[in-house]
Design a protein around this ligand. Structure first.
Ligand code: SF4
Length: 364
């Protein structure tokens, strides 16, 4: 199967050939509406398409409406076990539910959630993590190959069990995730699932860890599947600031040329030839370009900006970019589409580059 079903989450389409989206999860207490809204806005600013919040109790469920009314991206309610929280979240106007139907206590609870979700046009994500696979399903797959193959088969059976509960109720507005900490199990599980169902897949490596190891682990795990055409939305699960999770997610898509909209920043690693503070310049340029990057992403436009340390590779790379700078002795040359437009003192280079970007975009 190459193409998946299409699932609509508010104004965002997942699957069915839509651009791959990046999502994240707020780390605030959902009951604290002001803190949650502030964090979601920062996350959205970094390029997040959809945001999920934890709904551990009814007070959190009742905060969803006020949160949703103050944010510009679709809101997903993350619920475990208690179907009443799912019904309350739906009534509060959320755009998607993450709940595993098989974990609800009674069949009539599954029916009530499916009926409400259907009536309101809200999809459901079935999220299976390695740690949540029931022991008896694991035991059934004890002879299915090595440990990772066994885990993958058990995860897929668990997800299918949840999906079948909904399918029996004629509910197929479903997204599925199959996440493990180890990359091969995640890869195997998603490939296996794609062979048997065409629901869009939400990719991620669960509990990937702290940066930088969590970044490497997530990037490799997610990219391996995306390269095979598997995965319609992604979430990078790092410990720490969700803004960083989103930035890494966007970088994964941009590196695979799957989500090229926005600014691609090319910077050299520096060496003994560099005579400016290139890392400082690159960080300053990245910070100053962030609002432009956000606008370009919204307009689905792309721009390549190069920040290079010296005249050896610098001018060539800077010339290949839309806008670039090549450093010299405490100064640098700014290029726009291969043509030098001025030489600036090191302290003025970041602003000169940003001005050149703005001018370029105005005339592009
Ligand atoms: Fe070194 Fe110049 Fe290459 Fe940067 S561009 S790594 S400073 S040779």
């Amino acid at each position: 199967m190459t193409s998946t079903r299409s699932v609509r989450v508010g104004p965002i389409q997942i699957g069915g050939g839509a651009p791959i989206t990046v999502q994240s999860m707020a780390s605030t207490d959902t009951r604290d509406v002001a803190a949650t809204v502030a964090q979601i806005r920062a996350i959205e600013d970094a390029g997040c398409d959809l945001i999920r919040v934890a709904v551990p109790d009814m007070e959190a469920a009742e905060a969803l409406g006020p949160i949703k009314s103050q944010i510009p991206i679709p809101l997903i309610a993350d619920i475990h076990f208690d179907y009443r929280l799912a019904l309350a979240a739906a009534q509060q106007g959320v755009d998607k539910l993450r709940i595993n139907p098989g974990n609800l206590a009674k069949p009539e609870h599954v029916e009530a959630v499916a009926a409400t979700a259907k009536e309101r046009g809200i999809p459901i994500r079935i999220g299976v993590n390695a740690g949540s696979v029931p022991e008896k399903i694991r035991a059934k797959h004890e002879k299915d190959g090595d440990a990772q193959e066994q885990l993958a088969a058990a995860m897929v059976e668990t997800a299918l069990g949840h999906a079948e509960l909904l399918e029996r109720l004629d509910f197929t507005d479903i997204v599925v995730s199959l996440k493990a900490f180890d990359l091969r199990s995640t890869w195997l599980a998603n490939r296996l699932f794609r062979e048997v169902r065409d629901y869009p897949l939400h990719l991620g490596i669960t509990e990937a860890g702290l940066p930088p190891s969590g970044i490497a682990r997530s990037a490799i795990g997610i990219a391996a599947l995306l390269r095979e055409g598997i995965g319609e939305t992604i979430r990078v699960s790092l410990t720490g600031d969700p803004v960083l999770q989103v930035r890494i997610g966007r970088e994964i898509l941009s590196s695979l040329e799957l989500g090229g909209a926005g600014i691609t920043l090319v910077t050299c690693p520096t060496c003994g030839r560099c005579e400016i503070d290139l890392a400082g310049l690159a960080h300053s340029v990245e910070d100053k370009l962030r609002p432009i990057d956000r606008d370009l992403r919204r307009e689905r436009r792309s721009l390549r900006v190069a920040v290079m340390g010296c005249v050896v590779n610098g001018p060539g790379e800077a010339r290949d970019a839309d806008v670039g700078v090549a450093g010299g002795a405490s100064r640098g040359v700014v290029f726009v589409q291969g043509k030098p437009v001025g030489t600036f003192a090191e302290g003025k280079l970041a602003d000169a580059l940003v001005d050149a970007v703005q001018n370029f975009l105005k005339h592009d």
